[in-house]
Each structure stands twice: as structure tokens, then as C-alpha cells.
Ligand binder design. Structure first.
Ligand code: GDP
Length: 493
């Protein structure tokens, strides 16, 4: 029913300066071409995608279409996989992305897999768990699907079961000497490739071991290039790690002349909420956030099992907005003019929102204080829960200023899509009773301004492949630094 013709009247703004293809119909996915109009105010600071990136994306779309599910090369490649042969059946190569954890983690993992697929000329196919991709996102590539066909047509079994012990992983194949690295530093298949496996599994989770991390070495990248199928499992934003692979640096530099805008462009290219999620976003926006001078988003994520309200976290939020003068100072009841602002609070709990409303409601700011939902706790495999999370990320991304909770990938996605450098509140997981004590103190400072809009990569490899030792990965190149919120992580800034 959505087979209507592609629109010819799209403006450069709607196409995000050429980032998006005009090949889709408007009706099939309204968010794709409407997204721009919700980010208009920030246009003067907008960062245009490079012509080089646009060329890459158009060529990648052609590759996805030529080799994707339903095509003859795809059938041949699946047949090759089933037959257990390692040699490629066609010139099409594939990357299957297996992401997991909360929606923020999954989106960062998917964006990372996409960039890796573009860099290595592979077709990206995303594995979904209970329709957790198709229920949330439109197809990003025209004339094909990015969803990995399930069931009989895909022979690798339960993709979620791949893990550190899988014998097909890069790390385990290195350990078992299926792959060997010669004195010249080149990795190769030990028996000349005759018995190479039909696919390689890339285990890129936090807590991965030395051999799996060799993924970030040039010599292993050269070897992986020949594998017709790769499976990649991660929950992280790997992009800063890709920027540290020497053989990718030239290409990445051309794609992203503003390196710290990588996720901004990748996320805006790849993610488009499906129509009913988008309807929720836009109607909430119109009712609660539109027409106000300045939108202030506050994302409060408390890493705890039981959703108990914590006073010191509220104090941290209030102290951050006061100190950074993000909201009007409340001196007495005699405030004369309400400031032309609106506050959007997102949190699993309603308690913080209620306290913030007590503080800033009552006409002190023109737009009032709003919270779209309070889900209580994180729920797994629950589509309507995920849909609310997605719509709140997009609502946060329309804000002019953001206060986010450190460590949270939910906040990273919002800041990245919006191109907003947030004030990050340092956070620690709540493990014990003492972490919940009334006496616990607010960190000093309560928040810091982020260096860039980029997400933090929480589990980088510290191994320098050329020097053959661990190094400080925050000091290898000037644009990859340690994160503000996760000291062992790295981000592009
Ligand atoms: P992270 O755990 O903060 O890194 O972010 P994730 O998005 O990966 O996982 C947290 C999940 O908890 C989200 O995907 C949501 O399902 C839920 N969640 C956390 N905070 C919020 C919130 O403010 N609003 C909504 N609707 N859901 C949230």
C-alpha cells in the first residue's frame, strides 16, 4: 500500500543536505524527511555531510540493493555458508550485526556495524530479536531490506548464543592457530585457506580478550577482508576504535572532515522511527514543547535494580542546572517574568520529574515541565517500552540544551542525533544500600560540559598492534581522547 512514487519536491533541508536519498516515498516513513523540521533552530550551527560521505553512501546503497536478500548473489552466498565452504561464491560480502542490551546500546552497535560495513564494502544485515528493529525503524536502504532473513533461510543457528567461547571467533581461531600471524606481521589462514570457515565471528563485547581485540589491527583487517561473511556482536560504539585502525584513517578522514560529527551523520542517516513512533514524537512535541524559546532536556538515568528515588541524584541535577545557569535562578516568589523555556525530563521514575516541577513549575518558565513516560524499570523484549524509549530519545534530540547522565547510551543517542554538546552528570552504578544513603554526596562538579557530541566507546582495545604493547589510547591521535564520564573509554573530540 506504500508503493507511492518517490517525492520530487524534497528540499535540501529535508534531505539533510544530501545525506538522505530521495528514493523513498514520504508516506512509508514520515520521520525520514520530517526530521529536519524539528531541528530547524539549530540550522545555523548545522554541520553538513561531506560530498565524499554522500558519494560513499550512494554507492553503499547500490551495494545493498545489488547483494541484499532476495538477489541471486545473496542466495549464492547463503548456499556457500550452508555448504561450509570458505571461498566466496560471488563478489558480495556480508556483515551480520548482532546487537544487544537496551535500545541505546543497540543503536550505537548498529551504527558502528554500519560504518564498518561501509569501510569494508560489505552488505549490512541486522539480526533482530522479536522484531525489535522492524517495529522501531524504517528501512534505511532503498529497494532492499537490511533485516537478516530469519529461519530456514539463514543457517547459523541462534545468533544471540555466539560468545567468547565460539570456536568461529577471530580470537579463538587465532588461539587455535587456524589463523596464524607470520614474521612479516601478516595474518593468514594456516592451511592456505583450504579449510577456512565459511564465516568469522567478531566478538566485540566489553570483557573480550586479547585475541578478539586484534580486530583493531591492520593485519587482521586484511585477513578479514577475504571472509565472505562476518558476524559482529557488540553493545558498544566502536567508531573511536575504528578511527584508531591506521588503514581506515584516510578514508574516515575524507568521510568525516569534522571527525566529531561521525555519529551525528551516521545516526541521522540510518535511524528513522516508524510512523506510529514518529506520530507519538511529533504530537508530544506539538502539545508540550513547540513554540517556546528554549527547550531544556534533562535525562536522568539511575543504574539501579530497584527504582528507589535518590535525593542526591535530584540534588545533582538541580545543582548542575543552577551552576551552569541553564534555568532561571529561583530567588523568591517574586519572579516577575517567566523565562521563555520549557523543560523535558526523561527518566524511568516519575519522582525526579515531580520534584523538578515543584521547583520550576508554577509559571516560572513559560512552557512548564514535562515528562512523556515513567516506565518504572527497564523491560526486555517489550516493543511498546522500546517505542517509548525511542520517542524520548528523539524528543531529547530536539532540545536546545541537554543535561545527561554519564555512562548512559540512551543519552549518547539523544545528544548525537541532536548535535548537542550536553552537560554530563557523572554517575556510578548503585550496587549497595550505602550507595543509596541520604548522606551520599553530590559529585563536585555536579556536571561537566561534553567536549563533543560523540558517544563514548566504553570498551576500547589498548593494544598498539605495531608497537605490540598496550598504550594510552587517549593519546595516540589528537582527536581520540578519554571520555568525560568513563575514564577508561575513548571518544572522538
Ligand atoms: P543505558 O542503559 O542508559 O546505556 O541505555 P539503553 O538505552 O541501552 O538501556 C536503557 C533502557 O532503559 C532504554 O532503552 C529504555 O528501555 C529504558 N530507559 C532508560 N531510561 C529511560 C527513559 O528516560 N525513558 C524511557 N522511556 N525509557 C528509559
Amino acid at each position: 500500500s506504500y508503493q507511492d512514487a518517490p517525492p520530487s519536491d524534497l528540499t535540501a533541508d529535508q534531505l539533510l543536505d544530501g545525506l538522505l536519498t530521495a528514493e523513498f516515498s514520504k508516506r512509508s516513513c514520515r520521520s525520514r524527511y520530517e526530521f529536519a523540521s524539528y531541528h530547524e533552530k539549530k540550522k545555523n550551527t548545522s554541520h553538513k555531510p561531506s560530498p565524499y560521505l554522500l558519494g560513499k553512501l550512494r554507492r553503499h546503497e547500490a551495494l545493498q540493493k545489488r547483494c541484499g536478500p532476495g538477489t541471486a548473489p545473496y542466495r549464492a552466498a547463503v548456499w556457500q555458508l550452508k555448504s561450509g565452504k570458505g571461498a566466496a561464491a560471488t563478489d558480495c560480502r556480508y556483515l551480520v550485526s548482532i546487537s544487544y542490551r537496551g535500545l541505546g546500546n543497540r543503536m550505537l552497535a548498529t551504527a558502528s556495524a554500519f560504518l564498518y560495513a561501509v569501510l569494508t564494502d560489505r552488505v549490512l544485515l541486522v539480526h533482530q530479536y522479536k522484531h525489535d528493529v522492524s517495529a522501531l525503524f524504517c528501512e534505511p536502504f532503498p529497494g532492499t531490506t537490511w533485516l537478516l532473513p530469519s529461519g530456514w533461510s539463514f543457517p547459523l543457528g541462534h545468533l544471540r548464543d555466539y560468545g567468547i567461547g565460539s570456536k568461529e571467533s577471530l580470537g579463538n581461531m587465532l588461539k587455535a592457530n587456524v589463523i596464524s600471524v607470520g614474521g612479516d606481521g601478516n595474518a593468514s589462514w594456516s592451511d592456505g585457506g583450504d579449510h577456512r570457515p565459511p564465516f568469522v565471528y567478531l566478538h566485540l563485547e566489553g570483557g573480550y580478550d586479547f585475541h578478539d581485540k586484534l580486530f583493531y589491527c591492520d593485519e587482521h583487517q586484511r585477513l578479514l577482508h577475504g571472509a565472505p561473511w562476518l558476524l559482529m556482536k557488540t553493545d558498544s560504539y566502536l567508531v573511536p576504535g575504528l578511527f584508531l585502525v591506521p588503514s581506515f584513517q584516510d578514508e574516515l578522514g575524507k568521510m568525516f572532515p569534522e571527525k566529531d560529527m561521525a555519529f551525528y551523520h551516521l545516526g541521522r542517516y540510518l535511524f528513522h522511527p516508524v510512523n506510529d513512533v514518529w506520530r507519538a514524537v511529533t504530537s508530544y512535541y506539538r502539545t508540550n514543547l513547540a513554540g517556546v524559546g528554549q527547550r531544556v532536556g534533562i535525562q536522568i538515568r539511575v543504574f539501579q535494580k530497584k527504582p528507589t528515588p535518590l535525593q542526591y541524584i535530584l540534588d545533582q541535577v538541580l545543582s548542575c542546572v543552577r551552576r551552569e545557569k541553564l534555568l532561571p535562578e529561583i530567588t523568591s516568589s517574586s519572579m516577575i517574568n517567566a523565562s521563555d523555556q520549557v523543560i523535558l525530563v526523561t527518566s524511568l521514575s516519575a519522582w525526579y520529574y515531580e520534584r523538578i516541577r515543584e521547583e520550576y513549575g508554577g509559571g516560572r518558565i513559560t512552557g512548564g515541565v514535562h515528562q512523556p513516560s515513567h516506565e518504572g524499570r527497564q523491560k526486555w523484549g517489550d516493543t511498546s517500552h522500546d517505542r517509548r524509549a525511542l520517542s524520548e530519545m528523539y524528543l531529547l534530540s530536539t532540545c536546545d540544551m541537554l543535561v545527561t547522565t554519564g555512562f548512559s547510551t540512551f543519552g549518547y543517542v539523544a545528544q548525537g542525533l541532536g548535535g548537542i554538546r550536553p552537560w554530563i552528570m557523572p554517575s556510578t552504578p548503585i550496587w549497595s544500600e550505602s550507595d543509596m544513603a541520604e548522606t551520599k554526596e553530590v559529585p563536585e562538579p555536579p556536571c561537566v560540559r561534553a567536549m563533543s557530541v560523540e558517544p563514548c566507546f566504553h570498551s576500547p582495545s589498548y593494544y598498539d598492534c605495531t608497537a605490540r604493547r598496550d598504550v594510552d589510547v587517549g593519546k595516540v591521535v589528537p582527536y581520540v581522547r578519554h571520555c568525560e564520564d568513563v575514564s577508561w573509554g575513548i571518544k572522538i573530540a
